[in-house]
Design a protein around this ligand. Structure first.
Ligand SMILES: Nc1nc2c(ncn2[C@@H]2O[C@H](COP(=O)(O)OP(=O)(O)O)[C@@H](O)[C@H]2O)c(=O)[nH]1
Ligand SMILES: [Mg+2]
Length: 440
């Protein structure tokens, strides 16, 4: 995102290069969490695993994972001093660039750790902000994420991790040149600048929200499919499988589509755009909720949602409800959905057949194991295109139409008889008009 995108915000006093699209240089990190009294090690491991996946999504390579048992976080450094000394040593050996902490740090804790132990530290919130930053596509989403970033920066006056590569190039952060050792006066200027930007963004968001109802986006004919579901359900795995499976076409035409939207061609030849979305995250810090929802705005325009579920997670029904309640809040609950139970390779056959009986409409797949992807695609085609099966009788003079049908429809049966060619086809409702005169 560049601030030039905010065309109503031309007067914003930012250096646009500090907001250029991040180069996705792989970063390396350690992750760490506190196990509090009353928490089991397994619970902490669960949320650490989620942090690892979030880091992964944000383009950070996790090299090590550590926990410390502690009744409550240290006020000034979060972890104990001995633990941090040890971690700093290990990070040096492993050449890890960042320490990611599985909670939100106070501005003081962050600064103290960096100063005392000489390591770069970021918290869970910052990782999530990075992901939202990358997934924000609409103007509103970009503004909401920009707002959350500024609000996070205000008490900290630090560069967000994604921007710190630019540091070497001399680019400045959103807040100006603020960093450790900066004079009081400069810090006040930076804070004032951030506050001004926050209020400008708030105004712009209010304006866009008002506009949106009146100018409904002109819909192009290409159908849109969005992958939704909890983080770790396998959305990105399926997205990659579908877009690499050879069904991806004419990438060049869609150069404007970013890495999380791709054009696919269904077997009937109909083009669709498939979009991966940011996953739903448990324990989302409440001040990120608005920007989270904004990054899901494009879901509102979808013609079909693939609601992905990790079938091997015993809490999957709770997750389905959670996802649906967020979809309701962004007014996307009435969009047709296909429930896609993923990771069937991780459950036993009894459970699988039980679930198949309970959810007869759902698809049961393994995105990683490449199982039942065809069945899923067939369901997608049937739902999105409203396919219908037709029996036709075509005169022999219509051979051109037959070759056309081979392109745009699925031929289920074809028989050349005395009275003409008998064909059974599956065709989208949109295309059915071309054979209207030959239906028997
Ligand atoms: N066993 C198994 N693992 C899977 C399957 N699909 C995805 N995964 C794994 O689940 C994790 C999360 O997948 P990802 O696609 O990033 O989930 P997302 O957060 O929904 O985008 C990764 O480690 C995947 O390798 C599957 O069908 N079977
Ligand atoms: Mg993903």
């Amino acid at each position: 995102m560049s601030f030039e995108d905010y065309d109503e915000l031309d007067d914003i006093e930012l250096e646009s290069d500090s907001w250029e699209e991040l180069e996705r240089v792989e970063k390396t990190a350690f992750i760490a969490a506190i196990i509090r009294q009353g928490e089991t090690e397994a619970e902490t491991k669960d949320t650490l695993n989620e942090l690892q996946r979030l880091a992964d999504t944000a383009g950070i390579d996790v090299l090590g994972s550590y926990t410390q048992k502690k009744n409550c976080p240290d006020r000034s450094t979060f972890f104990g001093k001995g633990f941090l000394t040890d971690i700093a040593q290990k990070m040096l050996q492993a050449q890890a660039e960042l320490l990611i902490i599985n909670e939100e740090l106070s501005p003081m804790q962050g600064r103290n750790i960096e100063k005392t132990f000489g390591i770069k530290v970021i918290d869970r919130t910052e990782v999530i902000l990075g992901i939202f930053h990358d997934h924000a596509k609409t103007k509103e989403a970009k503004l909401q994420v920009g707002l959350a970033e500024l609000q996070y920066q205000l008490p900290r006056l630090k560069r967000l991790w994604g921007h710190f590569d630019k540091e070497r190039g001399g680019a400045r952060s959103v807040g100006g040149a603020a960093s450790r050792g900066m004079g009081e006066k400069q810090i006040e200027i930076d804070k004032r600048l951030i506050r001004t930007n926050i209020s400008k963004i708030n105004h712009a968001i209010a304006r866009i929200t008002a506009q949106k109802e009146t100018q409904r986006k002109q819909r192009d004919k290409t159908r849109k499919i969005c992958l939704v579901g909890y983080t770790n359900a396998g959305k990105s795995t399926l997205f990659n499988r579908l877009t690499q499976a050879g069904v991806l076409v004419e990438d060049k035409l869609f150069a404007t589509l970013d890495s999380t939207s791709r054009q696919l061609k269904l077997s009937t030849g109909s083009p669709v755009v498939l979009s991966d979305t940011v996953g739903f995250i448990s324990k989302l810090p409440h001040h990120l909720v608005a920007s989270f929802k904004a990054t899901l705005m494009e879901v509102q325009d979808a013609d079909l949602l693939l609601h992905m579920v990790d079938v091997a997670d015993d809490r999957f029904e709770y997750y389905i409800q959670e996802v649906n309640s967020v979809l309701a809040q962004i007014k996307a609950i009435d969009i047709p959905q296909i429930l896609v139970f993923n990771k069937i390779d991780n459950i036993n056959d009894q459970l699988l057949s039980l679930l198949v009986r309970r959810f007869p409409e759902a698809a049961f797949i393994s995105a990683l194991g490449d199982r039942n992807i065809d069945t899923l695609l067939a369901k997608v085609e049937a739902r999105i295109l409203g396919n219908q099966t037709l029996n036709l009788l075509l005169p022999y003079t219509k051979s051109a139409l037959i070759s056309k049908l081979h392109e745009i429809a699925q031929i289920k049966a074809e028989e050349y008889l005395e009275d003409g060619i008998h064909i059974e086809i599956e065709i989208s409702k949109d295309d059915a008009y071309i054979v209207r005169d030959f239906v028997v």
